[in-house]
Design a protein around this ligand. Sequence first.
Ligand code: SF4
Length: 259
Amino acid sequence: MSLDLATDTKITWCPGCPNSQILVSFRQAVEEFVADGTMELQNIVAGAGVGCHGKISDYLEVNTFNSLHGRIVPTLTGIKLANPTLEVVGFSGDGDSFSEGFNHITHAARRNTDISLFLHNNQVFALTTGQATSTSTRGFKGGTTPQGSIDEPMNPALIMLAVGATFVARTIASDITKTKEILKAAMLHKGFAFVDIIQPCITFFDTREYYKERVHWLSEKHEKKSLDAAFDAVRGASEKKVPLGIFYQVEKPTFEELV
Ligand code: SF4
């Protein structure tokens, strides 16, 4: 019998929002894991923070939990510590985890807590109608920056490499199949797995054309176990090129094992 993870809840994302593509990628990933026996549905927990991304928990027929703004990472850490046999996944946004909850995500990464964190990175506070986040580009005009943001944006993948995440990747929501494969690799990884998902907000910061011309996938020769190669790949980004793929993946003891 095929598994259907859709719920009856009406989807209220803006029509065409790439959040729907992430939803499809994740549903397909879980459906494939359950179908081939890699995971059991009752052992999967998929939590979310606050923001447009957070609605995803209403659209998934899995164990879910909505946390406070910026607090999905410590919530998931508690779930994983209480029952380390669970497959624990978190959805968060750039506003949720790189503005509100930045302290939490960096410490979970350095501790190598065995959870996967999928960042819906739309470079804007979208649910609250368009304010700058820590990943908004310099010059971004929104509710809090009407004359343009004067700040340099954070690079989430670079930060995760710097603080010790053992799996760091980037993908783009519009490539549903490749995103599904990267989400699956992250879920299979033992340790903190971080996936930066470029998810343009078509209502408040439409970057679809910008990224369409710039994204490129890492070569198959990329050495995932080399931290230097990972830093070079992430730093290789420029105004003209935005690299996608698994930058880094190594095995280290997890937080739960050490506890
Ligand atoms: Fe998607 Fe932006 Fe609409 Fe939120 S506001 S649902 S991120 S398009």
